[in-house]
Design a protein around this ligand. Sequence first.
Ligand code: ADP
Length: 538
Amino acid sequence: MRGLMQDSPLTIDTIFRHAEQHYGDVPIITNGPKGVTRSTYGEWADRTRRLGGVLDTLGISADGRVGTFGWNSQRHLELYFAAPCTGRVLHTLNIRLFPEQLTYIANHAEDEVVFVDRSVFGLFWPLVDTMTTVRHVVVMEDGGDAELPDDPRISDYETLLAAASPVDFDVRDENLAASMCYTSGTTGNPKGVVYSHRSTVLHTMAALSPNAFGLSVRDVAMPVVPMFHANAWGIAQAAPAAGAALVFPGPMMQPEALANLIVDEGVTFTAGVPTIWQGVLPFLAGKEHQLREIGCGGSAVPKALSEAYREQVGLPILQAWGMTETSPVASSGVLPRRLQDADDETKANVRARAGIPLFGVEARIVDADTLEPQPWDDTATGELQVRGNWCAKEYYNPDAGVELSTADGWMKTGDVAAMSADGSIRIADRTKDLIKSGGEWISSVDLENAIMSHPKVAEAAVVGVPHPKWDERPLACVVLKQGETATEEEILEHLKPLVAKWWLPDAVEFIDEVPKTSVGKFSKKDLRAKFAEYELKA
Ligand code: ADP
């Protein structure tokens, strides 16, 4: 017997139409150097349909790649929908990648047009001749003042939009590509992930669920996580689907500007990587605000950071785990029912975990070579593998040199994790960041968390450095809070009660800043290179 229900394709134009029909008066706000610009979903919908017309006028192929090079803004949201809703494929270029990587991904994706914010035009334009398929560069005025050369490839977003006619959106095949994103390459060359309409709609529903971001018409959502990185964690689709107002920081990414925007615009939900919240904390502490949730992920969320928010801002951070390859949101650190009334310390420990997979994602930990399942006892570790309808099956560049799926159909994450009896995930490390000491593994993440709980420490990153006897030993690179001084002994004394004796770093280096990747994560690759020749004291 077969079910007798309707079966309509899960396509992104359904999200668009829902927002257009029901939330026309809901605000969309974009910040800029001259202050905020206010609009509504109604205006956005009209402009997005006309942007579809612009893509036709420019002669972009039926499934042509539409590149973007810009900050989080209303125009970026127009592109997020106009491209896939006309059958094209949105390709968000990460504005902080190295020039060679940008050239590589634009050519590999075969971008036909790139929409560029004027404030970052100067980063983009020198590369245009290396991008062999790019025929058009459309400049979006975001208050930037870059000089624009006289070149027939360049046109102005608003001029094109004013001249264009609105188009109908009707995508019938849910398995068509909707957008693509190359991983930022914390651990190697950028690898292309291609999302379908179906995977995006399902991910949107998951991101909307209360165990994830729980967005609704009552929310004012501010994605700080860039739209050029891992789809702004799905917020750009989830907010229109829920009718949540949107606040975009635009190019105003300085911590103080972010904190002011949260306060002034009554933001209730926001999300970004830990280094963002680290910076914003002093500007938000003690202020009156409407926040109900701060989502955070992309790298381990230090317990000390989440607790500092609880104490100084009045709400802890919600940790989420995911990857570009998982659309990206795959798990969240919600408090299980039995711990709703637990003491603060217990709750803080739960929040320090990647947490429970969202409904729709399954997770397992296995021996990476034999695929032997590891016990869920919170001690045994293994490679974290996931499966679900918004997890990637393969990369767009098979020459990436990485096999994404196992023979039995699970996605390899490259993360090492333990799982507790109820399947809550604790990320121990990235495979590449684990420190191998005398045949045993040391988790750099655990050490960093322990060091960052020292009151004088602002940031800490731990990397393995070569050791003649033990292969590798941990080196702690510590950034002290402004005005503080500390000694190596002080840091090590602090660690002694917190970690196994053989985990204690062999040395502590005080540095001015931890090098960051293009999306603000600690760049262990750069730290390892910096300390490659490091001589440990015997
Ligand atoms: P990359 O950092 O490789 O450029 P992504 O932004 O897709 O690409 O990052 C995915 C990776 O980020 C995960 O594999 C994991 O190592 C790390 N990560 C994401 N969320 C968390 C988290 N909550 N805790 C620890 N690590 C995380």
